[in-house]
Design a protein around this ligand. Sequence first.
Ligand code: DCP
Ligand code: MG
Length: 363
Amino acid sequence: MSDKRKIIHIDMDCFYAAIEVRENPQLRGKPIAVGGSPNGRGVVATCSYEAREYGVHSAMPMGLALRQCPQLIVLPTRHELYRAVSREIQAIFTEYTHRIEPLSLDEAYLDVSDSGLHQGSATLIASEIRQRIARTQQLTASAGVAPNKFLAKVASDWNKPDGLFVIRPRDIPAFMPALPVKRIPGVGRVTQAHLERMGIHSCGQLQTLSPLLLAREFGRFGQRLHDFSRGIDPRPVSSSDIRKSLSVEDTFDTDLPTLASCLERLPPLFAVLETRLKRAQQHRYQLPKSLFVKLRFHDFVTTTVQAPSLQVQEALYLPLLTQAWERGKRPVRLLGIGVQFEEPGIPEQLALELSRTPPSGPA
Ligand code: DCP
Ligand code: MG
């Protein structure tokens, strides 16, 4: 089924920054950044392409961004406004399919395999969606069309900004070899470095590794690497009312210096998680699959630790937090905790067995 599907990935261009420019046209053509104040611990949420030319990028401390680009115009984030625009864009999507998986305010996958519109041409649907966003919102979106989520996302980036790129099933064998491994979902800094030590930079090189070797080096993730390197990705587009995870996190005004000070922050964070979880479960009950802790150290190095669990209890986060802290043993600026849910449709017994399987693969 995987190569017969038609998936569209839509990604708005410089989303927050583009909205700010729309609201104030005098900003057009200027280097702008949206985010936290340079005096506090603010970071850049996003910036215009003019600012990107100076090396400014998302997650960069605002103070550093201003040193790189002294004429940078810094604007505070207006989440309510961005959320409202996001809702309008999503309303456009629903006219084409109900199989929509939003990834963030500005990004979504659409499965249009069963759409009869435009004689079933996903390319024509994608270009019509782009036109409608431009006409009704005065904002540009980039779109990728492909037989699966992985390639649709790669494609939306290909001609960004204001671009459309299509990867047809028959294009895949020629397209994959040159693609850098870091474009593969789940290949972060650690896995990329691991692959580089093996001399592997591209999907073409990755294709030459045997499943056995991949399993030995990367555990269960090895199979995914084998498939992704060939452009195979069976992950379904899962609709918006189905959550994959729920989490809460906090960035602290002053770094937490020790493990003990991190552990102290756990109870209030857990209280927030519990409230949100109850609210979400009322709406639609989903079986917890695993718990995770995310730590960002003062130098922005981020680590997550995850363990299978059918229960969500405060005490279960203690060993995860300890394990995450041990990886860095240095001051912490952000602490997050969360729950991952079972994909719906998996029978409970199977879910139970899956949740007993010990975690493996890359950290
Ligand atoms: N965002 C954020 N913090 C980050 C990354 C993103 O707050 N570390 C917000 C601001 C972005 C929006 O999410 O406008 C979308 O993120 P993208 O990564 O899609 O970035 P942009 O849409 O800004 O730029 P691009 O044109 O590269 O998609
Ligand atoms: Mg975007």
